[in-house]
Every structure is written in structure tokens, then in C-alpha cells.
Design a protein around this ligand. Structure first.
Ligand SMILES: [Zn+2]
Ligand SMILES: [Zn+2]
Length: 355
């Protein structure tokens, strides 16, 4: 089968023939309908995240925002059959550890991120395997377009879990979103659907326009203001700051801006993972966090059962993840799209739909 293959950090990605995946007893093999192209793929390709033990080896197939139809089922799989249409969270869990048992499979003790480790290849390929299928697969309604399900993938799902489950948005709360890439725009959309008054911040005016389309009530072009936290505060009641602030990029400046634009008692939600410049560490105003009782929340992916909530909100017309899918491409074009991600030159969520 054809696949996009990693050759080494920063080396050109190659589209070539590889063996089709093997199906293990607890897993399935899925024929790919679509797979989102994510900044995390780009980070892994660049060799980032070695500080958290993420080091892809040559031969790896990226792609962790898949949807497809099952073509092979392992003998121990009970809930799924050949022909079922499925998706899965990028972070595959075991279903047995205390976190999985408590409904927090996204922080499973023995989690395996799809498309970052050799034994669980990703979906930039005609077929892909999914391990521990009964735990990880999610049935997908037939009437949702493949590209929209792929668009849900890690970015929309991560934003949904973070905004809807990790922090406490009440109707009318001010919510700042720093960075309007795929995950940031998703956060804008979900926070607005939950009643938040969203202030979107970015350096690209087209991305801010898109944020407005998705529900933001105010936007700030951070290249046009001296001090982003002050600009955000000025828009809020009594210039106190926002109740919730979401960081969706993973760079030091925006993380600091996000913590600094909070009102006393406010909650910072960290969705972005850092780049090589930060190496995982960012200086923060700890004393202000203490004195104002601000809170700092990490949020990582989404457990499989929350897909149901997303599908229900989509059916009810409350959210429309397809509005964030910006472009579609073929498998051959994936390396070129990944190249453009390095320049932050993609809008929303690009999805590969031809295999
Ligand atoms: Zn687990
Ligand atoms: Zn991703």
C-alpha cells in the first residue's frame, strides 16, 4: 500500500509503497477515508518533543486524525465488525488502568499516541491499524462527511475536552483564546457554543476573521498592540481580565500573555505543547498566580466517550467542526502541506481525503 513515510528529523517525507499493517488479536485494520494533518505531525517530523521521550524512528507513518472503514478484525474484538465506520482519539488507551476506569482514558498510564511510535503507525496510508479496538474505536454516524470527522481529530477534540470539561465556562464569561490555528479556532467555536464571550488573539487577520465567523465577539491583532494582556483586559468588565484564558500555540510569549490576562480567580487552559525554543519550560508569574488564586490547567486529547457529546452537539446544530476544515488534499500532497505548516501558512485544519 501507499504511505507517507518519515525518513529522519527534518528529512523530506517520502510517499512510497510499504507493507499493509498486520492485525493483532485485540486490534483492527481500517481502510482510510480521511486523516487530518496536524501541527503535532510537523513537530514530530522536526524532531521536537525529545524532552518528553517522543522520538520517531525512520520508517514511521504519521497521521493521527483518522476516519475509515474496518477491513480486518482481530479474534478478541467484540464490539466491532468488518464494514463498521470508525474513528479514534490520537492517544490510544488500554482500558484497564485506574485512569481509564475513571473515565480519563486520555491520560491512560499505558497510552500509546498513534502515528508517533513504530508499533502503532498512523493513517497517512491506505490502511492503518488500531490497537485495543474495543476500548479505542468510536462508531461514526454514516451521514457525517469523512473530512469533517477527520477534522474533529485531535485539534477539535482537544479543544472540546479542554474547554467543555477541564475549565468552568459559565454563560457570559470572558474567554480569551491565544493563537487561532486549528486548535485555537476550535476552542473559539466550542467556548462560544457554551456561552462564553470570546476574545480571539492572533497575528494573522484572516485567522481573526475566521474566529469572528466561529463566534468570537472581539479580536486582537497582537502585532498592533504593545501589551496583549492589557488590550485583553480593556475589553472586559472593569478591565479586570478574563475568567478563562486558553493558550493554543505552545510558545512562551502567548503562554505568558494568557496567564497575565486573567482576572483574579481566573483559569488558564494550556492546550499547546511547546516548541524547541521552550524545550518544555516557560517562566511564569508565580507570585501573581498565588495572590490572585489563578489556576493553570493542562489538557491532553479527549477520552473516546466524549465523541458522543460532540456528535450530539453537531446534530443539534450547536457546533460545526466542518467550518474549521480549510482544505483537502491527496496522500501525495501531504509532504507539501506539512512543509507549509512550518511557516504557519495553513489555515484551520487541512485534511487528506484521497488515498
Ligand atoms: Zn489506561
Ligand atoms: Zn494532532
Amino acid at each position: 500500500m501507499k504511505a507517507v513515510v518519515f525518513q529522519g528529523a527534518k528529512e523530506p517525507l517520502e510517499v512510497k509503497e510499504v507493507d499493509r499493517p498486520e492485525c493483532d488479536a485485540d486490534g483492527v485494520v481500517v481502510e482510510t477515508e480521511a486523516c487530518g494533518i496536524c501541527r503535532s505531525d510537523w513537530h514530530a517530523w522536526q524532531g521536537d518533543w525529545s524532552w518528553i521521550g517522543m522520538m520517531p524512528t525512520p520508517g514511521l507513518i504519521f497521521g493521527h486524525e483518522p476516519v475509515g472503514r474496518i477491513v480486518e478484525v482481530g479474534e478478541n474484538v467484540e464490539r466491532f465488525s468488518v464494514g463498521d465506520r470508525v474513528t479514534n482519539p490520537f492517544n490510544l488507551s488500554d482500558g484497564t488502568c485506574p485512569y481509564c476506569q475513571a473515565g480519563r482514558a486520555n491520560i491512560c498510564e499505558r497510552s500509546v499516541p498513534m502515528g508517533f511510535i513504530g508499533f502503532q503507525p498512523g493513517a497517512f496510508a491506505e490502511e492503518y491499524p488500531v490497537r485495543i479496538a474495543d476500548q479505542n474505536l468510536v462508531p461514526v454516524p454514516e451521514d457525517i462527511d469523512a473530512k469533517d470527522v477527520a477534522g474533529l481529530g485531535c485539534r477539535f477534540a482537544t479543544a472540546f475536552h479542554g474547554v467543555a470539561r477541564r475549565v468552568d465556562i459559565s454563560p457570559g464569561d470572558w474567554v480569551a483564546v491565544h493563537g487561532c490555528g486549528g486548535v485555537g479556532l476550535s476552542a473559539v467555536h466550542v467556548a462560544s457554543a457554551l456561552g462564553g464571550n470570546v476574545i480571539a488573539i492572533d497575528i494573522v487577520s484572516e485567522k481573526l476573521d475566521k474566529a469572528t465567523d466561529l463566534g468570537a465577539v472581539e479580536t486582537i491583532d497582537s502585532t498592533e498592540v504593545q501589551d496583549v494582556p492589557q488590550a485583553v483586559k480593556k475589553l472586559t468588565d472593569g478591565s479586570r481580565g478574563v475568567e478563562i484564558s486558553v493558550e493554543a500555540l505552545g510558545i512562551a510569549q502567548t503562554i505568558q500573555d494568557s496567564v497575565n490576562c486573567l482576572a483574579p480567580g481566573g483559569q488558564h487552559l494550556q492546550l499547546g505543547m511547546t516548541t524547541a525554543d521552550e524545550g518544555g519550560e516557560v517562566a511564569l508569574p508565580v507570585d501573581n498566580i498565588v495572590q490572585d488564586e489563578r489556576e493553570f490547567y493542562g489538557s491532553y486529547g479527549m477520552p473516546p466517550h466524549e465523541y458522543e457529546d460532540i456528535f450530539r452537539m453537531m446534530e443539534g446544530g450547536k457546533i460545526d467542526p466542518s467550518a474549521i476544515v480549510s482544505e483537502t488534499c491527496s496522500l501525495e500532497e501531504v509532504p507539501a502541506v506539512m512543509e507549509r505548516m512550518g511557516e504557519y501558512d495553513t489555515m484551520g485544519i487541512p485534511v487528506c481525503t484521497e488515498f
